[in-house]
Design a protein around this ligand. Structure first.
Ligand SMILES: N[C@@H](CCC(=O)N[C@@H](CS)C(=O)NCC(=O)O)C(=O)O
Length: 215
């Protein structure tokens, strides 16, 4: 198995690096930043038509979109083991999709801190605030009754939603008003794979690959 993960750890790529660590995968890491011109070259666009990070190539299969990459890696490499990171039943699998899609559709747009989207954030201003609060309140209500989002253990669904609520984003949110979300996030980020990934990449300056290898 040969896995290449493209993307700076200071981006949505962190959630894929975390997933790879949870799954015990070895990979080559190419830390392209979001504004690296390589992302828009024909060679890279053949891997990812959008020209964004993260992008992954697994045994020659190229995939983009952080949630899709994590679900793919989880299903391919994480449906065995006890407990499995990726649920075995269609129902468990669907719940993992549900939470991942919800987080990307209904939470990420309002909590993102992308430099590229700063004008959008400014334009939206306070109008996004009720949407953030509604999403956090939903999550808090769910997590008041259960430790994890799907089943009775940590799954790729928790990872995907916790990835959207990364520490650098969460510090801008009033999580004290949502204690169950706060406690669940602490459980997620306290996992050995999360700690190891953040220790490996977290404190590093953002290494932009200005003369990167081509994909
Ligand atoms: N929905 C995508 C968003 C990817 C995305 O926007 N990534 C940013 C960096 S975190 C990026 O590459 N921006 C550059 C661009 O879109 O041109 C995902 O979850 O992977």
């Amino acid at each position: 198995m040969t896995l290449i993960i493209y993307g700076s750890p200071r981006s949505r790529t962190m959630r894929t690096l975390w997933a790879a660590a949870e799954l015990g995968l070895t990979y080559e890491h190419v830390p392209l930043t979001w504004d690296d011109p390589v992302l828009k070259t024909p060679d890279f666009l053949r891997l990812n038509p959008v020209g964004s990070i993260p992008t992954a190539v697994d045994d020659g299969f190229a995939l983009s979109e952080s949630m899709a990459i994590n679900l793919y890696l989880g299903k391919k490499y994480g449906s065995v083991g006890a407990p499995p990171l990726y649920p075995n039943s269609p129902e468990g699998e669907a719940e993992v999709w549900r939470w991942s899609l919800w987080a990307q559709g209904h939470l990420e747009p309002w909590v993102q801190r992308d430099a590229k989207l700063a004008p959008l954030r400014l334009a939206v201003g306070d109008a996004a605030e009720p949407l953030v609060q509604a999403a956090l309140a939903t999550l808090d209500r769910i997590l008041s009754a259960r430790a994890w989002l799907v089943g009775d253990h940590f799954t790729i669904g928790d990872l995907n939603v916790a990835g959207v609520l990364s520490p650098s984003r969460a510090e801008h949110l009033a999580l004290k008003d949502y204690p169950h979300v706060g406690a669940w996030l602490a459980r997620c980020y306290d996992r050995p794979a999360a700690r190891a990934t953040r220790a490996k990449f977290g404190g590093r300056p953002d290494v932009s690959s200005r003369s990167p290898r081509t994909p």
